[in-house]
Structure formats: structure tokens, C-alpha cells
Design a protein around this ligand. Structure first.
Ligand code: LR7
Ligand code: MN
Length: 580
């Protein structure tokens, strides 16, 4: 309590840009004006800051729980993989059961200490960094549904053992109505021996979005930190968050910080730090991907440990100021089970005036798995439901890019998004085209209305142009299946013929008569595609390639580039074709 008073007192002392809830509602244009301070005022402010820094006190790194001494030869120590093979029938049974219930090797995980040590993989500059009082306290919220005992409790122990006690207000575990017995009385008994840990049970299965909100409701810290239920926090992971979200750092108040992730597997298993990257988006499925840091961001950052501005975030592992989280509309409670909420939050934060950064000095391991063990038959429908809610509220006309690749999605239920649209209005958020040009200037954005989209079938044979294996095998013709996918194409205003992923382009050249697909050469802001990828799509359905002066031919013998003729094999029926 003392600590929280201290930190809010400092807000008043610095007394400048830290917006209170009411003040945040000022028009953005206003706030931009006020942040361009005249130099004198700026100096004045710096003086105050310097004065305050004279009595700087270091954060005490002592955690709530001390990591017990461990045998360095024990399985998994130092973050190493365990290479254990189940041998007895009982072990084999446990191994199989663990895999089925978790989609990862929970049996191997159970052999690893809940307190195992992890290596310090941070850049040396991270290790030199010092953190001073006062910093806000965080509530760590871990939601879980049918998590394995060892991974869940290793997450909890790693938080308690790797966070300075004075920065960790509490750990809130939210049980999203799990059915496993070990998560009932045994979990309660175990947790009652741990300091600062609370368990909240949801009476019904909420899905991860509403489960997180339930956790936030119980949180008393100034900062909220969300973790998946199979994470391991590494030394020094928390301080950078609390520092960046601190009111000592007023201009950073609207920040949203993500952890730098370590890929993390049990059997075959190893710990590798993710190369420094930022979040991107797959326009086709509206899912999160990692991307290399673009040139402009590289130049903006002065040091390899500076935060990386990230257009999107992975979803599971992040911190945010609690007030800011609430002000921004927390989460969309209309979202179900799994997926979509991370992209929704990413767009919302940027469009409504916030910033997302990845902190390269904060490392957390996460157990990735190939599939969700809990996903039922309608998991996909729920994901589309969530994605539609996101696209309808935040993407303006750009949502069409998503829909036209999956026309059936328009018919999927998405519930009512009126409240979320009102939220966007009330917060005076910017539109999606602003996001694309200011936050993500390197992202290739498909045409909102391409010249054509859908399948391209040959007049003579009736066969469909098919990408087969994008970038790997020449394109070909196959009986039309009408399901989009490998037979979906877009004719762009830049004169390309792009595949469904949007990343591969039809390409022809002098030295070969077949047609391949290759990475599209045209990127945002350049002069257009290379000559090999340029096509003129004529009203007659002829696909003419100016560089080679040949035409795409789809006779019975297959797909090839031929001298142009009036043959029906060179005329194509192009879906949704609006000639220029
Ligand atoms: O119904 C459910 N109720 C839950 O409480 C389903 C899941 N959950 C819990 C679950 O126990 C886990 O703690 O929700 C958490 C996330 O589910 P996972 O671990 O099965 O999925 P994931 O790791 O693929 O999840 C990623 O994508 C999700 C999309 O909705 C969320 O955003 C997750 O937080 C996100 N995880 C990460 O970002 C971790 C880092 C991954 C990367 C890169
Ligand atoms: Mn996860």
C-alpha cells in the first residue's frame, strides 16, 4: 500500500503528461499540441526529474520465494531438454495420456523440477540496466483450462521466484472451469502454501478472453501482466515492464508491452531465444505472425535493447496499465474460446492512440503446441466468429480482403458488435488506413477491390488454374473444385496474378515454357512488380504476358506459355472480373 501511494505521489510531482482517466479523453490533436513543449518548459520539467533522481533507490531484487538449490544434473536444469523415453508400461501410459491431454509431452515435463533453473539469454546491456523506485506493482494473471500440473505450477513458481517481491502484487490464477481432478482440491492445497497467490474459479467455461477479464476484475495491482498457463519467466523479466509502464515514464503511459519469447519445448527439447522480431499479420486468415524488424524501425532504435515497436502482438504474454486496459475497452466479451482477441487488441491499441512494444530484455518461455487439446469440432467456427467481430469493428473496407477469400465466412455467426463500434467511436479512434500507413508501412496490402478474384478456368478444357505448390512446383490446371484455396487468384491493379496467400505471383520467362509461382516482387511503396510477374488481363479472357509477348495456354496437355493465338485454350473465364 505504501508503495502505491509513493508511485501516485510521484505522478503529481512530475505533474506533466501523465493522463488521468478524464484527461485521456482529450482530443488527440490537442494532446499532440501540448506535447510540443517550448524548450524552457521542457528544461523546467527535466530539472524536476533530476531533483527526484538524486535520491534514487534501487529496486530490491529479492523475490517472494527463493528458488531452492537444485541439482544441476537433474532433468531439464538450465533450460535443457529432457531426453527421457518412457519404458515401463505405466510410464508409457502416462506419456500417451499426457500427450493426448495437453498436445505436448507433459510426462517429460513432470520429470523436471518446478523450480528448475534457466539460463540468462539476455543481451549484456540488459544485465547492466538498473531499475529505481518507485515502480508500479503488477498483478500477474494466469488463466488455465485443463493445464498439466507441472507446467501450471512451474509457471507460478517461476513468477514467484524470478520477480522482485516489491514489484509483484499478486498472482491470480483463473480456472476456466477445468475438469481435471488435479486442478481441484490438490491445487487448492498446494497453492495455500504459496505467498501472494489467489485462485479464482469460473463457474462455467468462459474461453480465454472472458477468463482473462475475470482475472482483471480481481486484480489490485496498477499493472496487469497476463501469462499463458505453461510459461517460465526468466531472471529480470518483470522489471522492464513495470519500468516502461511506470508513471515515472509519463509519455509511455499508453504503452502496451510484450515479452520477448523463447521457444520452448519438452522433448525433443531445447531453449532458443527467438531472434528479435516484431509482430505482423497474415491478411488471409487474420492471424499473428512474427516478422523481421523493418529498416525504418532498425534506424529508429538506438540500441539493440531498445523496445521494438510492433504492429501486432502474439496475445498471451503482455503487460498493460490496468486503468489504460479498462479505458481502452479491455477485451471484446463477445469473443469465444480461443483466437482473434490478440489482433483485435493490437488494432485497437494503435488506432486509439496507444503503442505496442516488444521488450528485448524481458524473456519468458512458452510451451508451443501443434494443436489445441481442447478444441472441439466447432473451434474453427468460433475463431471465425471472433475474427469477424474484429474485422467488422476495426478494419473498415479492408475486411473485404478477408471475406472474399472465404466467402462462406460472411454467413458465420458473429453476434452483435454494436457496443464495440460505439467504443471505437467514443475513443475517437483512427481508421484502418491510418494504421496501415503509419504503424505498418512495410506490410503489403492487397487491393480492396482487385480487378478480378476467384477461380480462373480455361474455356476449352474447363480446367482451373491451380497454384499446386506455391513457389515449389510449376502452376498447372486441374478440375475445378470451387473451394478457392489453390484455385483462388487475384488480378491486382499492379498487374499481378496473386495466389490465395497473397504472397506468390504467377511468373513467366523467356527461358521456359511452363509457368511458375514465385514470391511476389512488388512490395509496398515500390514501382510495381518485375516484368516477369506482369500480366495484361484482356476483356476477352486472354492472359497476356508483355515481357515475353506470349499468352497463357491451358490445353489438354497442360499449362504453358505460347505464342498468342485465337485458340480457346488461351481464353479464360475469370471470376469476379471487372475489366478496367
Ligand atoms: O477455453 C479456454 N480457456 C482458457 O483459459 C482455452 C484456453 N484457455 C487458456 C489456456 O489454458 C492458456 O493458458 O488460455 C491460454 C491460451 O491458450 P493456449 O495456450 O492453448 O493457446 P496458444 O498458446 O496457441 O495461444 C495463443 O493464441 C491465443 C489466441 O486466442 C491467445 O492469444 C494466447 O494467449 C496466445 N499465447 C501466446 O501468445 C503465447 C506466446 C505465443 C507466441 C508467439
Ligand atoms: Mn499457450
Amino acid at each position: 500500500v505504501h508503495h502505491e501511494n509513493a508511485s501516485s505521489a510521484s505522478v503529481h510531482k512530475v505533474g506533466t503528461e501523465h493522463p488521468t482517466e478524464g484527461e485521456q479523453r482529450i482530443d488527440r490533436a490537442e494532446s499532440e499540441k501540448t506535447s510540443q513543449k517550448i524548450p524552457a518548459a521542457k528544461m523546467e520539467k527535466e530539472k524536476i526529474v533530476v531533483k527526484r533522481e538524486e535520491k534514487k533507490e534501487l529496486i530490491d531484487p529479492t523475490p517472494h520465494l527463493k528458488r531452492p538449490p537444485v541439482d544441476p544434473t537433474a532433468p531439464g536444469e538450465g533450460g535443457h531438454g529432457v531426453n527421457l523415453q518412457p519404458s515401463t508400461p505405466e510410464e508409457k501410459r502416462l506419456y500417451k495420456e499426457g500427450l493426448k491431454n495437453n498436445s505436448f509431452n507433459a510426462w517429460a515435463s513432470s520429470k523436471i523440477s518446478l523450480h528448475r533453473s534457466l539460463p540468462d539469454l539476455r543481451h549484456r546491456l540488459c544485465k547492466q540496466k538498473q531499475f529505481f523506485r518507485p515502480l508500479p506493482q503488477t498483478s500477474v494473471i494466469i488463466i488455465f483450462y485443463n493445464e498439466a500440473w507441472s507446467t501450471l505450477l512451474r509457471t507460478v513458481h517461476s513468477v514467484l521466484e524470478a520477480s522482485p517481491a516489491e514489484l509483484l502484487r499478486e498472482v491470480i490464477l483463473v480456472d476456466d472451469c477445468s475438469t481435471f481432478d488435479h486442478l481441484k482440491a490438490p491445487l487448492e492445497a498446494y497453492l495455500s502454501t504459496l505467498p501472494q497467490v489467489r485462485l479464482v474459479r469460473s463457474p462455467e467455461r468462459q474461453g480465454l478472453i472472458r477468463a482473462r477479464l475475470l482475472g482483471a476484475l480481481h486484480a489490485r495491482g496498477e499493472v496487469l501482466t497476463f501469462l499463458d498457463s505453461h510459461c517460465e519467466c526468466m531472471h529480470g523479466w518483470l522489471e522492464p515492464h513495470n519500468h516502461f509502464l511506470s508513471s515515472q515514464n509519463p509519455s509511455q503511459y499508453r504503452m502496451f508491452v510484450c515479452l520477448f519469447l523463447c521457444l520452448f519445448y519438452y522433448l525433443p527439447s531445447f531453449l532458443t531465444p527467438q531472434s528479435t522480431q516484431m509482430g505482423g499479420i497474415n491478411f488471409k486468415e487474420l492471424t499473428f505472425i512474427w516478422e523481421p524488424i523493418p529498416e525504418h524501425e532498425r534506424r529508429r532504435r538506438k540500441s539493440p535493447v531498445d523496445p521494438i515497436r510492433s504492429p501486432t502482438m502474439a496475445g498471451g504474454i503482455f503487460s498493460i496499465n490496468k486503468k489504460y486496459f479498462e479505458y481502452l475497452g479491455a477485451y471484446d466479451t463477445g469473443m469465444e474460446v480461443w483466437g482473434g482477441e490478440n489482433i483485435e487488441m493490437s488494432f485497437r491499441i494503435w488506432q486509439c492512440g496507444g503503442t505496442i512494444v516488444v521488450l528485448p530484455c524481458s524473456h519468458v518461455g512458452h510451451v508451443f503446441r501443434p494443436t489445441s487439446p481442447y478444441s472441439t469440432g466447432d473451434a474453427w467456427k468460433k475463431l471465425v466468429h471472433n475474427n469477424r467481430r474484429m474485422a467488422e469493428v476495426w478494419m473498415d473496407d479492408y475486411k473485404e480482403i478477408y471475406y472474399r477469400k472465404h466467402p462462406e465466412y460472411r454467413k458465420y455467426d458473429m453476434g452483435d458488435v454494436t457496443q464495440r463500434k460505439l467504443l471505437r467511436k467514443g475513443l475517437h479512434c483512427r481508421d484502418f488506413s491510418w494504421y496501415l500507413s503509419h504503424v505498418f508501412p512495410t506490410l503489403y496490402v492487397p487491393d480492396i477491390q482487385p480487378i478480378a478474384h476467384g477461380q480462373i478456368s480455361n474455356e476449352q478444357t474447363g480446367l482451373c488454374l491451380d497454384v499446386i505448390k506455391a513457389g515449389k512446383e510449376p502452376a498447372g490446371v486441374f478440375p475445378c473444385h470451387g473451394k478457392g484455396g489453390t484455385q483462388y487468384w487475384e488480378v491486382t491493379h499492379a498487374q499481378e496474378i496473386r495466389d490465395v496467400s497473397g504472397d506468390f505471383c504467377l511468373q513467366a520467362s523467356w527461358d521456359r515454357s511452363d509457368v511458375i509461382t514465385a514470391k511476389c516482387t512488388h512490395v509496398r511503396g515500390d514501382d510495381g512488380p518485375s516484368e516477369e510477374q506482369k500480366w495484361v488481363v484482356k476483356e476477352s479472357g486472354v492472359l497476356y504476358h508483355p515481357q515475353t509477348d506470349r499468352c497463357l495456354d491451358g490445353s489438354v496437355s497442360g499449362l504453358s506459355m505460347m505464342d498468342c493465338s485465337t485458340s480457346g485454350s488461351q481464353r479464360w473465364r475469370i471470376e469476379n472480373f471487372q475489366p478496367l
